[in-house]
Design a binder for this molecule. Sequence first.
Ligand SMILES: NC(=O)c1ccc[n+]([C@@H]2O[C@H](COP(=O)([O-])OP(=O)(O)OC[C@H]3O[C@@H](n4cnc5c(N)ncnc54)[C@H](O)[C@@H]3O)[C@@H](O)[C@H]2O)c1
Length: 253
Amino acid sequence: MAQRFAGKRVLVTGGASGIGQATAELFAAEGATVAIGDIDGAGAKAMAERLGGVAFAYDARDPAAAAKLVSDVESALGGIDILLNIAGIMTWGRIEETDPAAWQRTLDINLSGPFYLTQAALEPLKASKGNIVNVASAGGIHPVYGTSAYGISKAGVIALTKSTSLEWARHGIRVNAIAPGGVATPMHEKSTAGGGVDPAIFTEAAGRNMPKLTDREACTPAEIAAAIAYLASDDARYATGTVLILDGGQTTG
Ligand SMILES: NC(=O)c1ccc[n+]([C@@H]2O[C@H](COP(=O)([O-])OP(=O)(O)OC[C@H]3O[C@@H](n4cnc5c(N)ncnc54)[C@H](O)[C@@H]3O)[C@@H](O)[C@H]2O)c1
């Protein structure tokens, strides 16, 4: 296996599950030392022990937790070369059904989380001339019926990516995003199983613009991890402000 990340210190949020887990595994296999920040502290610890990295319980909603995570990772690893904002939640519900608490929680975790961690990581990334990869979603580009809060939060992640790339090019920091369609993870399974929402929403969504979650195969977390690794590697040294879409064509129609 190539060793594109030998000697790199990589902070991965959401590394206890799904895409974050597959990404932590790939970076570790390619030589990185991985730090995992996740609200599931036990899951993060188990992963980090398996990969020879470090883990910290962290809640993406809390700006103070973002600052503490960065300082804990700096103390443990001596710096940060790559920040991967992967933690997130899915929220189903038509606009009129989305209560303020669900709206706020979705924005807090999916959008404010990466914003706070980006702010907190400026100095270490400046020092390493590092880079950031954010995980947005195809739903942030082309709305998926019945997931407005989620899609809006992910559209915000795309705007965050572009804004940060614009402002931090002067520090030599690249900032990119990927926009996956359906990825076979616990989030996806819960979602397609109903996720506690009115099952009619799936039928309606399938009849509109969401073939992916109903009658087409999802991709694997490892395929998304490979795209994240490309953007974070020197192979992509000319890429900043890029949003790489991997959605099986979901956003083309
Ligand atoms: N699975 C898909 O189909 C899909 C498609 C497009 C984008 N995404 C995005 O990919 C990312 C990873 O999703 P996944 O499918 O691997 O989901 P997942 O549910 O398997 O993993 C999400 C991880 O985020 C962590 N997390 C949740 N809330 C948190 C919080 N408040 N603070 C810190 N960590 C928290 C969870 O503990 C978990 O480890 C998310 O941002 C998601 O929106 C997923």
